[in-house]
Write a protein that binds this ligand. Structure first.
Ligand SMILES: Nc1ncnc2c1ncn2[C@@H]1O[C@H](COP(=O)(O)OP(=O)(O)OP(=O)(O)O)[C@@H](O)[C@H]1O
Length: 624
């Protein structure tokens, strides 16, 4: 085990970034890290005991060599030679067993820790407000969940065990060598500072280059993910920029290639130095020790034992010189994970929140004002595409919005682009919290009720009608896990999409979503309506598709929407004449304010903005 970790540590240290050592790690971080170790403390204790035994055994074989030569071979004692050889074999077997056991325990601790950290971060991120996701770069977040979590577990497995085993090995080997010949030992130790000097110099050079190479690789990755998703690939084709894209990519790839060659060269030089110093030290042992043997001060066996021990000192000494960087690198990973765990969600459930009754269906906006949260309140700069923190407030988006939708009523929102219609709908299910006034559902302020009950009461169909990359059945069951196939078909029927699903070769088992069966805009929206119908919320929020659909889909979508509205309170961002005609009340939103309200006939008679929108924006229905 010790040999394995010793060599690993030596190379890892070259790949680590020296700048991490400059980080200040607080006592609080350390305490928190230990908190993560607590559930695994028994396994860690056994693991450490094994590590200590394994490290201490490093000296056994060289000492056996000494006895074989001096007492066995040189004294012609064949029986002793056999016994000692068997003992050597026994030590080797024991070492192998310890390595397996140690590896198993180490992976149990490491993987257990990765599991703990991952599940905690996933749970925490899931509970962030929508604002967090609008700012955060998904790739950066996923990398935090993957790479940093793995970096953090290293603190508990390789770093911890290599530190313990290297310290023990250096102590035991050092003492054994001293006991065999203090003169030779001192001479050898004098050579090691040269090795450390070279190692430090090389690693400082390599750290910078490695970091540049990592950045270069990340850059390449970004270029590829941006270009190779459907949207990016399409843009690239439509603008005919293949030549420029080739050149851009080649340039970045060349940078990574050149850095790779330099890193490899420096690593080779370092490797050569690593081989040279021990080889010189071995020459020294045989040179000086050989003379002492001729004088009779040392036995031949002792000389051989010294030479063997010397080689076993190298790895652990190297490993110890890197401990600080290893520990700091692992702790920095922990800190980066904690950074995510410590980010509070802007939308939190209040202690003692009550469950909203499932029948709650009255929706009220009471003098609501709202501005989008500032970037530095909602996300980490390091997780954003262009890392920047804004300290200035976003301007208010909604001003003094008041309206009431009684149970079963339909409210339609109309207004120019950017007026704030979508923002109004986001406040109903607390995707964001209001800055002033209150949003009430069933008479309860939405901030006083449990998030789960609010989410159960309010259902959404958004314009993009997102589906997970999974089967139609799984996507629908997401709304109501226990639903039977019969209920699913009923919902599909009501949403006017059952014929389509029946016609698919795999029916309900057809995979949809980003990389699945390509549904048209209208089909996807109808599927989303089926999902909403299964969920059967008492309040629905709908964003009607703006795109012009062919007349067949248009009629189907209209019927599906009628099914969604039936018997429910609804808030609709309206783009269709039929919707505004049917609405109990139309709210005309402009620059975040309600500038007109009333029924279609009343508003048309009033003239003004609504009359303009009626002429320019609302889509004439296709007769059913
Ligand atoms: N996440 C956000 N952060 C900051 N500002 C935002 C955010 N989302 C929207 N806004 C701003 O809020 C204002 C209202 O946007 P909203 O999406 O509510 O308008 P809309 O009426 O739904 O427009 P459209 O009909 O074009 O969808 C816009 O000025 C927009 O730039």
């Amino acid at each position: 085990m010790s040999g394995m970790y010793g060599a690993g540590a030596a190379w890892r240290h070259l790949r680590s970034d020296r700048s991490v050592v400059d980080n200040r790690i607080t006592g609080a971080t350390l305490r928190r890290v230990l908190g993560f170790a607590r559930p695994h403390r028994r396994t860690i204790a056994v693991f450490l005991v094994l590590t200590v035994i394994d490290a201490a055994m490093v000296v056994v074989t060289p000492l056996l060599v000494q006895r074989v030569v001096d007492d066995g071979i040189l004294k012609n004692d064949a029986r002793l030679v056999t016994v000692l050889a068997l003992a050597m074999a026994g030590v080797a077997v024991l070492n192998a067993l310890l390595a397996v056991l140690g590896g198993w325990l180490s992976s149990k601790i490491g993987e257990g820790l990765i599991y703990d950290l991952r599940t905690q971060v996933f749970g925490h991120v899931q509970r962030q407000s929508l604002a967090f996701f609008t700012r955060t770069q998904t790739g950066a977040l996923v990398s935090r969940l993957n790479n940093d979590v793995i970096g953090a577990q290293r603190a508990f497995t390789s770093t911890l065990s290599s530190t313990v085993s290297n310290t023990i090995a250096v102590l035991v080997v050092g003492i054994a060598m001293f006991a065999l010949s203090w003169q030779v030992t001192l001479l050898c130790l004098a050579m090691f500072p040269i090795l450390f000097g070279v190692s430090r110099f090389v690693s400082s050079k390599l750290a910078g280059l490695t970091r540049r190479q990592m950045d270069g690789n990340a850059d390449l990755g970004n270029v590829m993910t941006e270009r190779f998703n459907v949207g990016g690939a399409m843009l690239l084709k439509l603008f005919g920029r293949r030549g420029e894209e080739d050149a851009l990519f080649a340039d970045k790839a060349a940078n990574v290639r050149d850095l790779g060659v330099r890193i490899s060269l420096i690593t080779r030089i370092f490797g050569a130095a690593m081989m040279l110093v021990p080889a010189l030290a071995t020459a020294l042992v045989y040179g000086v020790g050989g003379h002492l043997a001729i004088d009779g001060t040392l036995t031949v066996g002792t000389l051989l034992a010294l030479a063997t021990l010397l080689l076993r000192l190298l790895g652990p000494l190297q490993g110890l010189s890197n401990v600080r960087i290893d520990v700091m690198t692992a702790l920095v990973s922990f800190e980066r994970v904690f950074e995510v765990l410590d980010l509070p969600s802007l939308v939190r459930e209040k202690p003692g929140a009550v469950a909203l009754p499932p029948t709650a269906s009255r929706l009220e906006f009471d003098h609501v004002s709202f501005s989008y949260p500032r970037a530095d309140d909602v996300s980490l700069a390091s997780l954003e595409t262009v890392a920047r923190t804004e300290s200035r407030d976003n301007g208010p988006v909604l001003h003094d919005i008041s309206f009431v939708a009684d149970a079963g009523q339909m409210i339609a929102l109309v207004g120019p682009s950017g007026a704030g219609k979508t923002t109004v709908t986001h406040l109903v299910a607390r995707l964001y919290d209001v800055n002033g006034g209150a949003v009430r559902v069933g008479g309860h302020d939405v901030r006083d009720v449990t998030l789960q009950s609010l989410e159960d009461t309010v259902g959404y169909v958004t314009q993009d009608a997102h589906m997970f990359h999974d089967t139609i059945r799984a996507n629908l069951l997401y709304a109501r896990p226990g639903a039977s196939d019969e209920e699913i078909w009923q919902a599909l029927e009501a949403a006017q999409v059952s014929t389509l699903v029946r016609a698919l070769p795999d029916g309900l088992d057809t995979v949809v979503g980003d990389r699945g069966y390509r549904l048209s805009g209208g089909e996807r929206q109808r599927l989303a309506i089926a999902r909403l119908l299964l969920k059967a919320p008492s309040i629905v929020v709908l964003d009607e598709a703006t795109a012009h659909l062919d007349s067949g889909s248009e009629v189907a979508v209209q019927r599906a929407l009628d099914a969604a509205h039936a018997g429910r309170t609804s808030l609709v961002i309206a783009h269709r004449l039929s919707t505004v005609r049917n609405a109990d009340q139309i709210l005309v939103v402009q620059d975040g304010r309600i500038v007109q309200s009333g029924t279609h006939t009343q508003l048309l008679a009033q003239g003004g903005l609504y009359a303009d929108l009626y002429r320019t924006q609302l889509v004439e229905d296709v007769p059913a």
